[in-house]
Design a protein around this ligand. Structure first.
Ligand SMILES: *[C@@H]1O[C@H](CO)[C@@H](O)[C@H](O)[C@H]1NC(C)=O
Length: 210
């Protein structure tokens, strides 16, 4: 087993042995130390970002197809389609996914600064977290537990700060203006969730290539 194998796998094996040796030579950790919090699991974050995207898609489909039905679970009373909307970016005054994960000086293309030493995974994850926080607050009275739960779970998985679950206030009927805003916020959030999901795909690929 200790014999060095030759061929293409030897570099990797050599690295592995060096790691094993380093671990064996390292002094044992002092006893009775508080356990560090479990590390962030990017794969888990990626799966949760996908679940969030699916929940938002499902919610919007419901709002689009059942707008005429008074019995529907979610009823706005109008067709909530993207074409009718003037989308507003409610995250623009905060750190957000776009600012945190893409380079500001990349010119007109707004190309993600995904490579090179400038890319900061933690900053990007914080941007994603801040987006979720802003939309979570905006949607706290939205009567869709699936959407709210998937946001909460992704925020928890990101392990940035403590996530206090917002309690929905009494389900007061929304005014027409509020329903319009809800429709617009959901569309804007879904577009952002697509970006977040792409970033998570990128971050997990980056991590597994290290
Ligand atoms: C990370 O999360 C994924 C999906 O939830 C899970 O399958 C995997 O075991 C987790 N990895 C670690 C190291 O906990």
């Amino acid at each position: 087993m200790a014999k060095r194998s030759s061929g293409s796998g030897s570099g990797r094996l050599g690295g592995l042995w060096a790691l094993v040796a380093a671990l064996c030579l390292a002094p044992p950790p002092p006893p009775c130390r508080a356990l560090p919090p479990p590390a962030r699991n990017l794969t888990d974050c990626r799966l949760r970002s996908r679940a969030l995207l699916a929940a938002l898609g499902g919610s919007l489909r419901q709002l689009q197809f059942f707008f005429f039905s008074t019995q529907a679970f979610n009823t706005l009373g109008f067709e909530c389609t993207l074409e009718e909307l003037d989308l507003e970016d409610i995250t623009e005054n905060h750190i957000n996914t776009i600012k945190a994960c893409t380079s500001e000086d990349s010119g007109a293309g707004n190309c993600p600064a995904l490579e090179g030493p400038a890319f900061d995974t933690n900053k990007c994850l914080r941007g994603i977290y801040e987006d979720l926080k802003v939309y979570r607050a905006e949607l706290k009275n939205f009567n869709d537990p699936e959407v709210l739960t998937t946001i909460d779970e992704m925020m928890k998985a990101l392990r940035i700060g403590s996530t206090s679950v917002l309690q929905p206030s009494a389900n007061a009927a929304l005014t027409f203006k509020e329903r319009m805003r809800l429709c617009s916020v959901l569309h804007a959030f879904r577009i952002r969730a697509v970006t977040i999901n792409r970033m998570m795909n990128y971050l997990t690929a980056l991590e597994s290539s290290l």
